[in-house]
Design a protein around this ligand. Structure first.
Ligand SMILES: N[C@@H](CCC(=O)N[C@@H](CS)C(=O)NCC(=O)O)C(=O)O
Length: 213
């Protein structure tokens, strides 16, 4: 039994939940963080000193944090050779996109577009800063579009752990109101992910409760 601490509206929790669902693992999720609170207690910080969600425990194993590290753990433990490529070079070729989404794409999307749009009422938004961030987003989206012109998934014909790390954010990317680049391959990839029941349930989670009123 896998226990997940973290609210369903957290993108990082969504990533872990989507992986668990793709791998069909027995689990329970506890609402922690955001409006639920509970992540700044000494008890929670003993599990994750950062006081952030998600935290995962597999059976009576150690407490794990950092969403992408958790996805890699789950994939290595429970995935087949498609989901977690056994060849180090094949794995590195998809893992580089997983690292890239966390270190290049997300740092533009989340603090510069998602939160300035969702976390600020329309009358108080910095529209110039949002337009500048949208312009910075375009070459990144085009880079991912180019990769996805080469195959249905990050690693080619079927889904692997890197798609979970890359794909989770795309729900926010494609549903936020901002000026996006024309990316037909990325859009087709997002549509392909959206057709997966595990993605629809765990990654396409409404963020309306996070919207500033
Ligand atoms: N790098 C960490 C970031 C974790 C993180 O920032 N979690 C956010 C939610 S997405 C959080 O716990 N925020 C405080 C809260 O929800 O109360 C990861 O990928 O797991």
């Amino acid at each position: 039994m896998i226990t997940v601490w973290g609210r369903a509206t957290s993108g990082n929790v969504q990533m872990v939940m989507w992986a668990i669902a793709e791998l069909k693992l027995e689990h329970k999720r506890l609402d922690v963080g955001g409006a639920f609170g509970g992540n700044d207690t000494a008890e929670f910080k003993a599990m994750n000193p950062n006081g952030l969600v998600p935290v995962v425990r597999d059976g009576d194993g150690p407490f794990l944090w950092e969403s992408a590290a958790i996805v890699r753990y789950l994939a290595a433990s429970y995935g087949d050779a498609q989901f977690w490529p056994t060849s180090p070079v094949a794995r590195a070729q998809v893992d580089m996109w997983a690292e890239w989404i966390k270190t290049s794409f997300a740092p533009v999307l989340l603090p510069n577009l998602f939160w300035p749009i969702i976390g600020v009422t329309p009358d108080k938004r910095d529209h110039a800063a949002i337009a500048a961030a949208a312009a910075r987003m375009k070459p990144l989206a085009l880079m991912l579009d180019q990769r996805l012109s080469e195959g249905d998934y990050i690693g080619g014909k079927d889904i692997c752990f890197a798609d979970i790390i890359v794909g989770t954010l795309l729900y926010r990317y494609f549903t936020l109101e901002f000026d996006r680049a024309e990316t037909p391959h990325l859009r087709a990839y997002y549509d392909r992910l959206s057709a997966r029941p595990a993605y629809a349930e765990h990654a396409m989670v409404s963020y309306e409760s996070l919207r500033a009123k």
